[in-house]
Design a binder for this molecule. Structure first.
Ligand code: TYD
Length: 137
């Protein structure tokens, strides 16, 4: 297969003291194993909506639910794994050809995404059948 396929939870290390907590993330480290070209965040999400429903050919992303919670279903074509993001010290790395669906957003949740490339529609696969075909290449 010509694509990467990796999903995993990455623990982010909070620096806490009696004032509260702070998390710093630097690119090209164990916490963030790529260079960041783009940041976007999803908020004010309509209840019961499912977002995503696409795969990327080459994009690497680190997803962090900085406030509230949401669920991310990742499908590599053979198995589906559902991750719950419910704390700012937890990141979900999605690398390469993975079908993803984001859902169960709690009221007030903010899902921040650090991405390895600028927005590029040609990197998207928005049809599940095309995704399954692409996996065979
Ligand atoms: P969309 O891909 O539908 O979001 P999701 O995958 O979370 O369901 O994106 C919504 C809109 O925002 C769509 O018009 C494309 C645009 N967009 C950008 O302009 N830049 C970006 O980095 C992203 C992720 C989306």
């Amino acid at each position: 297969m010509k694509y990467n396929q990796d999903t995993r939870i990455i623990s982010l290390n909070p620096k806490g003291d009696d004032r509260g907590k702070l998390i710093a993330i630097e690119e090209n480290t164990e916490c963030l194993p790529f260079s960041v070209k783009r940041v976007y965040y999803i908020y004010d999400t309509t209840p019961n909506v499912v977002r995503g429903k696409h795969a990327h050919r080459n994009l690497k992303q680190l997803l962090i639910c900085t406030s509230g919670s949401c669920a991310i279903m990742c499908d590599d074509g053979t198995k589906k794994v559902e991750y719950t993001l419910n704390w700012p010290d937890k990141g979900l790395l999605i690398d390469g050809l993975i079908w993803r669906e984001m859902k169960d957003f709690s009221k007030g949740s903010v899902l921040m995404v650090l991405a390895s490339a600028c927005y590029d529609e040609s990197d998207y696969i928005r049809d599940y059948g095309v995704f399954m075909e692409e996996l065979k290449k």
